[in-house]
Design a protein around this ligand. Structure first.
Ligand code: HEM
Length: 519
């Protein structure tokens, strides 16, 4: 018997003689050895990259490097500012948890528009929400942008009415008739219940948005799935294992299965019901995105998974893109307002004037689509908050091609590596944003034709280019409607100190007191 086969045979005999516990120990040791080898190889590669003078790479600045007393972790905005002053616009860092090249504002458009550089694929490398939710063949959902542009945005006028009805239901539940003032400890859950109820109404229809379990699931699912990663710190340490784990292990965890089960229980029968009713010529098609998804994807075609599953996956593609992002930004706008309550009166005055002009004052539905659109001060306020939130480095893209991508300033992005935008250089640049960039100036964009939905190199919250967020019209409309409703109905004041976030990834904090407005 040749030596190799001999060794394999001996190994196999040995394994068979072992107890179950011994076999488990051998398996664990082997797995650890493989993982350590992968990690060591990656760490070696990353160390090699740090010899930038040998490879003509930009300088490397670790997130732990203190510059004038600040590290990325203690003050991301200041750190980015200091690094930019010291090293220029282009540098490399590990501040996003993996090594990336960071480039300045001149390259913003190019990063978003260059073929081979992908924002979505970079996001997936860090948090593969769709994969974790068990959506495997994700290229089938690549036309989500087109779907939203064709089916959500053109119907905003009609949808705003229904959004309003749902928002009022949630307000009644949380605040009732407010005989006594009420303090809400953190605004996020309150805002999330409004956004998820309103979005469920538009996505799944008027009937299903009365199902509290389903609405709560749509609200919580993004956070619950995201938290799986945070709880498993080691997935960050071993990036290769991370992707594998996200796709094959997380979909089976209780947190994900809970949301899948709720969707199967409530959405699947509704899809089947609608398919049956399609045969009935007198049936009135519901006006919601679920119906538009069914219409756009004929049940007779093969989608690789059962039809109801496919449509449910689509619903969750939309839920993941919209509910958490809108909640997060609405919460931010409200906290900025609590930090600067001196602007509430001006916003209320604008509201009164617009409602007078629109002739809706005092009616059941005061805040129509047109009324909310006309609130220019509120729009500028919203955009100013979005500017101040994009304050350090963001929008990591990955080179998904198999060749080097050369940027116009000569920076090389090797295949499989990351390039990130220096958003401090964009959001705090006087040429792009005007004077006093460090200050909160809510009317900064008033009368300038730079609305919150107007994307460009000076406003990157929604991306730019062919994949720019198609849901931004709905999102901004929702943010403005929620703020308008709250300031018109309640007197809101800070009940504790309000702290504003220092990075896009962190959140404002503070309790807010609500009192019923009498006038
Ligand atoms: C304030 C809330 C929101 C923020 C900050 C936001 C931000 C973004 C960003 C940065 C992108 C990627 C852009 C790019 O790749 O260049 C994106 C894509 C997308 N967003 Fe939003 N979004 C928000 C709300 C929504 C809403 C309400 C929807 C509605 C369903 C939505 C649907 C989508 C879709 C479908 C895409 C993928 C577009 C494509 O790949 O072509 N988003 N969003």
């Amino acid at each position: 018997m040749p030596a190799f086969e001999n060794t394999v045979q001996k190994g196999s005999d040995l394994l068979q003689r072992m107890t179950k516990q011994d076999q488990a120990v051998v398996a664990a040791v082997t797995l650890t050895a493989v993982a350590t080898a992968i990690y060591a190889t990656r760490a070696g590669t990353s160390r090699k990259r740090k010899f930038h003078f040998l490879q003509n790479l930009p300088p490397y600045v670790s997130a732990d490097t203190a510059i004038d007393g600040v590290t990325y972790h203690t003050d991301p905005r200041k750190w980015t500012e200091k690094v930019t002053e010291q090293y220029g616009g282009t540098f490399r860092t590990d501040a996003i948890g993996r090594e990336t090249i960071v480039v300045s504002r001149e390259l913003a458009r190019e990063v978003f528009l260059t073929d081979g550089l992908s924002f979505t694929r970079a996001v997936e490398d860090f948090t593969d929400v769709l994969g974790m939710f068990g959506i495997k063949d994700r290229r089938r959902y690549d036309h989500s942008g087109r779907f939203v542009t064709m089916n959500l945005t053109p119907n905003l006028k009609n949808f705003t009415k229904r959004v309003n009805v749902q928002l009022n239901i949630v307000l009644d539940r949380w605040l009732g008739d407010l005989k006594e003032p009420k303090v809400i400890g953190h605004l996020f859950p309150f805002v999330q219940s409004m956004v998820s109820k309103a979005s469920t109404c538009i996505f799944l229809g008027d009937e299903m948005c009365n199902n509290d379990e389903l609405v709560a699931s749509c609200g919580d699912v993004t956070k619950d799935v995201g938290q799986l990663l945070r709880r498993n710190w080691w997935t960050k340490t071993f990036p290769t294992l991370n992707s594998w784990y996200q796709r094959y292990i997380f979909p089976n965890t209780a947190a994900v299965q809970k949301h899948r089960k709720i969707a199967d229980q409530f959405i699947a029968p509704e899809i089947e019901k609608r398919l049956r009713l399609e045969q009935d010529a007198t049936w009135k098609r519901p006006d919601d995105l679920l119906q538009k998804l069914i219409d756009a994807h004929p049940a007779s075609e093969d989608y690789g998974v059962p039809y109801a599953q496919y449509i449910i996956n689509w619903v969750f593609v939309l839920v993941f893109a919209s509910i958490h992002t809108t909640t997060d930004n609405t919460t931010a706008v409200l906290y900025w307002l609590m930090k600067h309550p001196e602007y509430i009166d001006e916003l209320r005055k604008e509201q009164e004037e617009v409602l007078e002009q629109e002739g809706t004052k005092g009616s059941d539905l005061e805040l129509t689509f047109d009324a909310v659109k006309k609130m220019a001060k509120l729009d500028s306020f919203t955009r100013e908050v979005l500017r101040l939130r994009t304050q350090d480095i963001m929008f990591t893209h990955k080179n998904i091609s198999n060749r080097d991508v050369e940027m116009s300033n000569g920076t090389i992005v090797p295949p499989g590596t990351y390039i990130t935008l220096n958003t401090w250089d964009i959001s705090f640049n006087p040429d792009l944003q005007g004077d006093n960039v460090d200050d909160f100036q809510p009317w900064r964009f008033l009368g300038s034709n730079r609305q919150a939905v107007k994307i460009g190199e000076d406003h990157l919250t929604f991306g730019i280019g062919k994949h720019a967020c198609p849901g931004r019209f709905f999102a901004v409309q929702e943010i403005k409607t929620i703020v308008s409703l709250l300031i018109s109905k309640y007197n809101m004041t800070a009940a504790t100190e309000i702290t504003l976030p220092t990075t896009f990834r962190s959140m404002a904090m503070g309790a807010v007191k609500f009192e019923k407005r009498t006038a």
